[in-house]
Every structure is written in structure tokens, then in C-alpha cells.
Design a protein around this ligand. Structure first.
Ligand SMILES: [Zn+2]
Length: 59
């Protein structure tokens, strides 16, 4: 198991609100948290700003 210092985030399309990407990043103090990223949405078939939502591994 990891030491619990990592964080998972799901990126939701700002248009159709579909969760398209799951990313994993180390959680460091003072890190700037990115709230929006432009990614390709396969449902809209274009690049849309995706919103980040933190998730936990497991369940
Ligand atoms: Zn979309």
C-alpha cells in the first residue's frame, strides 16, 4: 500500500459533465491546485475545460 499521501482526481467535462479522466498526483504542501484543465471529451468530440473532483482510491 502507498503511504496515503497521494490523491486521485476525476476530471469532469464542463459541458456534458461526464467523468472522462482519472488522474493521480502526489499531494504536497503548497501545491497549487488546478481546478480546470482543457481536455478532449470523447462524448462532445472536442476540447472542453474539465473540472476536477477529488476522489479516494478504493470503494
Ligand atoms: Zn463532454
Amino acid at each position: 500500500m502507498a503511504k496515503g499521501k497521494s490523491q486521485y482526481a476525476t476530471w469532469f467535462c464542463g459541458d456534458c459533465n461526464r467523468g472522462n479522466y482519472l488522474s493521480y498526483y502526489p499531494r504536497n504542501r503548497g501545491d497549487e491546485i488546478v481546478k480546470g484543465l482543457k481536455k478532449f471529451c470523447p462524448q462532445c468530440r472536442k476540447h472542453i475545460v474539465h473540472k476536477r473532483k477529488d476522489t479516494k482510491k478504493g470503494n
